[in-house]
Design a protein around this ligand. Sequence first.
Ligand code: NAD
Length: 266
Amino acid sequence: MTDRKNIYFFYKESTSIHKNLDNLINRITENGFNVVNDAQDANIIASIGGDGDFLQCVRRTRFRDDCLYAGISNTNQLSFYCDFYLDNVEKMIEAIVENQMKVRRYPVIEVTINDGPSYECINEFSIQSAIVKTFILDVYINNLHLETFRGDGLIISTPTGSTAYNKSVHGAVVDPKLTCMQITELGSLNNNQYRTLGSPFIVSEDKTLTLKVAKEGNEHPIMAIDNEALSVRQVEKIQIKLTGKKIKTIKLKDNTFWHKVKRTFL
Ligand code: NAD
């Protein structure tokens, strides 16, 4: 941590953060860090805002695995990706100087549409019907045809994304030290004619999930990678797998994933 000295701040322009940000920049510079204007020159990238801003920060800086990311909350609440308070600069400096930090590694999912472009995400990929009609997806794990899904859609989440959209549809909360993907259903149809597994399931890092979209007027589904919409038309096949890449984030030693789960939900 202390041999990484070039820091880039990612934030939405807003006058309300400037006083605290100026203070943070002054204190961080006094402690031997350089603030850089281009994320490419940074070996620490700090997002200021909420979880949504952190997701955008990682996306805009291209999911780098050769630098450390940090989430700094600009409110009085910490969140899943934000471990530091912008208005408590001294605590942040103390943690850096006294080496109270740990590095946490988050798995990344890669989504490839129609054998074409690929997209990365750290929370989830979601796919939903864009029309008022059941959505039909053939679901494969590697080459095995697991099921034909009929319903509203599916969410494929990382362990860190397991506490986000996935949790709202009763997916399991997964420890991010397990490198895996979880598949949860959105409104599946289950009767004597149509059958899906009906429960969330988790696949290991060596598996590729393939979704084949049935040509029944639903070739333009609503798709999202984290908080970004994917506007691809004529979707036929989607392949989803873990990249092997890990996004490294800085956390305080006494602030594990399970501390966050307790703090946020219990
Ligand atoms: P945001 O910062 O407004 O986030 C929305 C809420 O989701 C916030 O409370 C945030 O703290 C929380 N959140 C985001 N990632 C989280 C995580 N990994 N664990 C726990 N909570 C998390 O920004 P946004 O741009 O709206 O966030 C995008 C995320 O919102 C998506 O990646 C998706 O997971 C989630 N989402 C949830 C639902 C739902 O629960 N029904 C629907 C759509 C999207």
